[in-house]
Design a protein around this ligand. Structure first.
Ligand code: FAD
Ligand code: GLY
Length: 398
């Protein structure tokens, strides 16, 4: 049955869900306080790296990330077709670099379980490593090479998603100021800052790092908080031979580098507890630059020409909130994708649309249900726990 679904937030998650809902015959409306893609989604490095970003175990989060990587080839070609726009989507593979024996042991044990989950990764050392990444520091002792991992150019991808949505008939309203939920227990009603009302049969909350602000509205703990990522880019023209300065996505314990088709080398990213402050600090970028030089000594002579930051929507247990708020299913969530929202865009769109269509998701997806935090006595005790967790988590980046 075709429904009117109002989507709060026009980032990669809101737009992907809108597109999928519209492909399934629903009437989707996106409400965005500023510009679509103007927050975390437009700031992202665009890495589609479920193996490198999940070092611990094949938990539900890893499974969702992996499923999303598998959905990407078809999904991104559909986004191109529907938008008529193109964007970089490169299967560069990745290298996760070790400088010490202890790091190498960690990579070996990660490789063991990841090979059971579709990775054709190998540990590369010595000359083989230098052949794969000739300008990597000679101090690197080995790396985990994962050929399956890819990346895209996030600002262009989000632009294409937005255009695909518009072409598919999604109604998009931008620059609305903060939109509030006026009514959700019967008919859905949202109000924009200038007093306009938007109604629908269902509400899908995709408001990224801001989603936690709805805890009072819905009367349940929604432990989603902003973690700032500062990131920068160097100009990186290829050598006269045409060889790129950096061929793979390169990860280390402190961050990552990824070379884009537009001859820039993107290097990220900090994890700062700084509230909703999305500014760039000297100290934040200096730290990145210092670490980048350790990985690639040629960066010693270079200065980043572009610096920016975005607010990742982090959650207390590290997993997104995807699914219905309560049994009525009138309010759905798709928020809290932290470091992996670009990767997770197709899988989240599919899962959210399945919920809207009344389909049962795979059992492991129950791990993402938004009501899982209700074991906390109330919103206040949740806040206290969260303050302790935030204090442990990050630097203030200043
Ligand atoms: P957002 O993009 O923040 O969108 C939420 C939108 O909701 C915003 O546009 C906001 O204006 C709007 N909104 C909020 N509240 C309201 C309201 N009340 N009314 C109206 N509108 C509202 N992910 C990857 O997969 N790979 C990467 O390589 C990667 N690199 C990253 C690098 C950096 C530096 C950062 C910061 C993030 C990175 N991420 C990466 C993470 C990824 O960017 C996020 O997980 C993803 O963008 C989250 O998407 P979203 O749509 O939920 O949030
Ligand atoms: N996934 C990379 C980042 O969030 O910085």
């Amino acid at each position: 049955m075709s429904e009117r679904v109002v989507i709060l937030g026009g980032g990669v998650i809101g737009l992907s869900c809108a597109l999928e809902l519209s492909r399934r015959g629903h009437r989707a409306t996106v409400l965005e306080m500023n510009r679509c893609g103007g927050q975390a989604s437009g700031a992202a490095a665009g890495m589609l790296a479920p193996y490198s970003e999940n070092p611990e175990s094949p938990d539900p989060f890893f499974r969702l990330c992996l499923e999303s990587l598998r959905l990407y080839p078809e999904w991104q070609s559909e986004v191109r077709r529907l938008s008529g726009l193109t964007f970089e989507y490169t299967n560069s593979g990745s290298l996760y670099v070790a400088f010490h024996e202890a790091d190498l042991l960690g990579l070996q044990s990660r490789l063991r379980w990841q090979r059971e989950h579709g990775s054709s990764g190998t540990i590369v050392e010595g000359k083989s490593l230098m052949l794969l990444e000739p300008l990597l520091s000679r101090k690197a002792i080995a790396a985990l090479h994962t050929p399956e991992e890819s990346h895209l150019y996030a600002p262009d991808y989000v632009r294409a998603l937005e255009r695909a949505c518009r072409n598919a008939g999604v109604d998009i309203h931008e620059r609305l100021g903060e939109v509030s939920v006026a009514q959700w227990e019967g008919e859905i009603a949202l109000k924009s800052a200038d007093g306009r009302t938007f109604g629908g049969d269902r509400l899908l909350v995709c408001s990224g790092a801001w989603a936690g602000r709805l805890a009072e509205t819905f009367g349940i703990p929604i432990p989603i908080y902003p973690i700032r990522g500062q990131i920068c880019a160097y100009e990186a023209k290829p050598a006269p031979t045409g060889a790129k300065l950096v061929e793979h996505m390169v990860f280390g314990n402190q961050g990552y580098l990824v070379a884009k088709e537009n001859d820039t080398l993107v290097c990220g990213a900090s994890e700062d507890v700084a509230g909703f402050d999305a500014s760039v600090t000297e100290r934040g970028i200096e730290r990145l630059a210092k670490w980048n030089k350790q990985l690639f000594p040629f960066l010693e002579r270079m200065t980043p020409f572009h610096r920016w930051a975005g607010l990742r929507p982090s959650t207390q247990d590290g997993m997104p909130l995807i699914g219905p708020l309560d049994e009525s299913g009138r309010v759905l969530f798709a928020a809290g994708h932290y470091r992996n929202g670009i990767l997770l865009s197709p899988a989240t769109a599919k899962l959210a649309a399945d919920y809207a269509d009344g389909k049962s998701p795979e059992t492991f997806c129950r791990a993402f249900l938004p009501n899982r935090f209700q074991r906390y006595a109330g919103v206040n005790s949740m806040r206290e726990e969260t303050d302790i967790w935030l204090a442990k988590l990050g630097s203030d980046g200043r």
